[in-house]
Design a protein around this ligand. Structure first.
Ligand code: SDX
Length: 422
């Protein structure tokens, strides 16, 4: 037995044998057999679109590692900015590197007054903050004439720094605008998570972020920072492959994340729990899911066929937050849903377990965030993962502009019919 695969095209009798490396084999083998032969793989279920050293997932065993470090250890010992440095640079920073990174991020959190005063005023008062976030990230790039210098490392590093530093400010601006509240400027004395909560919720001079809540925000940011080739990151890579600037690529990735099957699920989970309303309604809701009337939002995953390790950490963090904020009443419904589903053949057979979104919304709600801010809370940390993948793609010699092929199933050639004859 060798680590190879042999493919025979029975139409021509041609055979090709190629090595299997790291669980993949090169599609060049197909081009060798027949350049017009393509693998039909909708939604890329069996396609490795890139080589990456950023994040490793083992879906069967519920393993998630950033640059080789288990997510459990990062959630326990690291900070979001330290984890961001790890994802972007490949290794944990030294004390001096971390201090410089924290200083640089802290001193790039301001956004141009034209965005705060003019751009944001163009939105309707009840605009969804994700629509605003997606627009604002793309607009941010128009303020920097070096935004497109993506092959100048110092310039790309500067754009990445700006985006990492400014997305919390943009997110808080979207929230304050929707509440009709004055914007709160970044406070350089606060940590990344604290500063975000401060910009979000500060009213009056006596507001102070509770350390448990600041830590919970940091842990949630760590857990959401990257997740290999998910839908949003794939969008980031596809747009970056055309050499778009980091701001518009981030906006494209955030657009994919906005989808309810992806990052929009945390918002959908809380709406689902609120609609269920009481524990007594859980059995009927589960029956409805099994009949195809609804999805159990926050359950299931393309890769994890076991517990999503992030869900386990988030569930533990939820209890710590509720110690401070008081228990979210929807928690009991969530626990009952999880208990019921994990014992039900429909979910067991399909290997459907709680994913990252099942409990995160309960914490966000307890922290005071409105439901329509939940996906923005996902986009803030995931901006780091998106940018790490953009960096990796731009320096990958195997990569070029993304342009998949298709299986044409349309009609054969036919002539134009004048309208009088249609
Ligand atoms: C994220 O990719 C990532 O890494 C994403 C993410 C990240 O960090 O970037 O982890 C973040 O997006 C988490 C997922 C959040 N989405 C949800 O919670 C929405 C609910 N989940 C599903 O829509 C679904 O599970 C997906 C989209 C997450 C995964 O879908 P797949 O892999 O395409 O699986 P599928 O839809 O083909 O489902 C397989 C079967 C189907 O039943 P059958 O047709 O075989 O009878 O399982 C069923 C599905 O109907 N199913 C569900 C279900 N999820 C799958 N049935 C009820 N409720 C669900 N949640």
């Amino acid at each position: 037995m060798t680590d190879t695969i042999t493919i025979t095209d029975n139409r021509s009798g041609k055979t090709v044998t190629v090595p299997i490396t790291g669980g993949v084999f090169s599609s060049a083998a197909l081009r060798e057999l027949d350049p017009n032969l393509f693998m039909y793989d909708p939604a890329y279920l069996s396609t490795a679109a890139c080589a990456s050293s950023i994040t490793y997932l083992d879906g069967e065993n519920g393993i998630l590692r950033y640059r080789g470090i288990p997510i459990e250890q990062l959630a326990e010992h690291s900070s979001f900015l330290e984890t961001a440095y790890l994802l972007l640079n490949g290794d944990l920073p030294t004390a001096d590197q971390l201090a410089k990174w924290q200083y640089d991020v802290t001193h790039h959190t301001m956004i141009h007054e034209n965005m705060r005063k003019r751009f944001v005023d163009g939105f309707h008062y009840d605009a969804h903050p994700m629509g605003m976030f997606i627009s604002a990230t793309a607009a941010l790039g128009t303020f920097y004439d070096d935004a497109k210098d993506i092959f100048d490392k110092d310039s790309l590093d500067k754009q990445i720094l700006r985006l990492v530093a400014k997305v919390p400010t943009i997110a808080a601006m979207c929230y304050r605008f929707s509440q009709g509240l004055p914007f709160v400027s970044p406070d350089n004395a606060l940590s990344y998570g604290e500063n975000f909560l401060n910009m979000m919720f500060k009213i009056g001079d006596d507001y102070a972020v509770h350390p448990t809540l600041a830590r919970a925000m940091d842990i949630l940011f760590i857990l959401h920072a990257d997740h290999e080739q998910n839908c949003g990151t794939t969008a980031m890579r596809v747009v970056s492959s055309a050499n778009a600037d980091p701001y518009t690529a981030t906006s494209a990735a955030a657009s994919a994340l906005y989808g309810p099957l992806h990052g929009g699920a945390n918002e959908a989970v809380v709406r689902m729990l609120s609609e269920i309303g009481t524990i007594d309604n859980v059995p009927a809701f589960i029956e409805g899911v099994k009949n195809g009337d609804a999805k159990l939002m926050g359950f299931g995953h393309r890769v994890y066929k076991n517990f999503d390790p992030r869900a386990t950490i988030i569930k533990k963090t939820a209890y710590e937050v509720f110690e401070v904020t008081g228990k979210n009443p929807l928690l009991d419904i969530a626990l009952k849903l999880e208990e019921t589903a994990l014992k039900d053949e429909y979910f067991v057979k399909r290997k459907l377990y709680p994913n990252v979104d099942f409990y995160s919304g309960l914490i966000y709600q307890a922290l005071g965030f409105p439901v329509d801010m939940f996906t923005v809370l996902f986009a803030i940390p995931r901006t780091v993962g998106w940018l790490a993948h953009m960096q990796e793609l731009l320096s990958d010699k195997d990569q070029k502009i993304s342009r998949p092929r298709q299986w044409y199933t349309g009609v054969d050639t036919r002539d134009y019919t004048p309208i009088a004859k249609r």
